[in-house]
Ligand binder design. Structure first.
Ligand code: UD1
Length: 359
């Protein structure tokens, strides 16, 4: 089969392309090679493989997408603008790239009769997730207030200010996107479900946890925190930990994520038509951001992290979900452990941007 991979030259995309080739598929990559992401001289070596061809174009361009889908049997949609953004002015770019890009792709799939789709979604669609109060009751706290963050009260609390314990969310938990990026990810899921319903298509949405590994973009506010820490250590600067470092995340290795995409694609051969199935994709192990900073710093030879107490509006405090459904239904489990993954990550090449001062 030939699989279209939008964003296939990117961090996750390049690993997905490799995994699809290993699984015996042909691959068509559609990637805009945006200079603000790839720099002036994109590194295409990882996707220069037998059976892979590249269409350079933007996923929001109907003509580029029409050219890219031609002759494909299924699509993996990864092209997106990620992260929290620098400020609210980024909103139009998020909505244009993520929402319009998905709409253009889905229209092209509908036109050409392609009925199988894997969508890269995100854990951020759950917002702050579920918590238990001290009586063991499930509580969904309100979004954190700026005055609490200012005062260093980072953990969400119950209605009477009582402490709460974060629990694992599963795919049936309430969706509650709390920033623009999260809202566009949820919109992508809804659009994909509408596409599946009206074309009798089969869609799988993979809600990725925090992905890290080789070729992660460095030196940009849109990079994930693992890359930001790793880049700091490489400059021999202390990683700066926001809030108090107790934020909980599940760090999942990019090669495991690529295997999850292949499993998701296989699932679209036998899922019910007209449906979207969502799966959380994480390692199943929770770490704090402080532990991540320590691990990256140790593996890279220091310096030690600094906990700043600063915060970012729209950041979710804890993102912890169960990845049991994908294990039970698709047979996928993460295989690369945190210690092993971090050891490799400390030395692995990251992707540089234009004007980057990194080594
Ligand atoms: C990340 C991904 C998002 C993905 C989601 C899945 C990025 C930029 N974000 O979101 O695309 O959908 O995982 O769960 O890749 N922090 C620091 N110091 C810093 C920067 C951040 O301590 O210099 C903290 C933040 O306050 C936050 C945590 O690290 O608590 C994670 O931040 P980040 O990786 O940017 O974003 P996520 O919201 O986890």
């Amino acid at each position: 089969m030939t699989i279209l991979v939008t964003g296939g030259a990117g961090f996750i995309g390049s690993h997905v392309v490799e995994a699809l080739v290993r699984a015996g598929h042909g691959v068509r990559v559609l990637d805009s090679l945006r200079a603000d992401v790839h720099g002036p001289d994109p590194d295409l070596a990882p996707i220069t493989l037998p059976g892979v061809d590249l269409v350079v174009g933007d996923v929001t361009s109907p003509s580029a997408v029409a050219a890219a889908v031609d002759g494909c049997d299924a699509a993996v949609h990864l092209a997106a603008k990620v992260g929290l953004g620098v400020d609210f002015a980024d909103t139009t770019d998020y909505v244009h790239t993520n929402t319009m890009g998905t709409a253009v792709l889905l229209a092209a799939l509908a036109d050409t009769g392609i009925r199988r789709l894997v969508l890269a979604s995100s854990m951020v669609v759950y917002g702050d997730g579920d918590y238990l109060d001290d009586t063991g009751r499930l509580v969904r706290p309100a979004p954190r207030r700026m005055e609490d963050l200012e005062a260093g009260r980072f953990d969400p609390t119950g209605p009477a200010g009582e402490p709460l314990i974060p629990t694992l969310v599963d795919e049936t938990s309430r969706l509650d996107p709390q920033n623009v990026y999260a809202a566009t990810k949820l919109h992508q899921e809804h659009l994909s479900e509408a596409w599946a319903r009206s074309t009798a298509g089969r869609a799988v949405a993979l809600r990725f946890h925090n992905v890290y590994g080789p070729r992660m973009p460095m030196n940009t506010p849109y990079a994930g925190v693992a890359s930001i820490f790793r880049s700091a250590v490489e400059r021999r600067e202390a990683p700066t930990v926001l809030e108090d470092g107790a934020q909980r995340r599940d760090l999942v290795h990019v090669r495991d994520v690529a295997d999850a995409v292949v499993a998701g694609l296989d699932a679209t051969t036998h899922a019910a038509t007209g449906s979207l199935a969502a799966y959380n994709v994480g390692s199943g192990i929770v770490h704090t951001i402080g532990q991540l900073a320590d691990a990256v710093s140790r593996a890279g030879g220091g310096p030690a992290p600094v906990v700043t107490g600063r915060y970012r509006i729209g950041d979710v405090r804890h993102i912890t979900a169960s990845s049991e459904r994908i294990a039970a239904e698709l047979g996928w489990r993460a295989r690369i452990g945190f210690t092993e993954g971090m050891r490799e990550f400390a030395l692995a090449p990251l992707r540089q941007r234009s004007g980057s001062a990194q080594r």
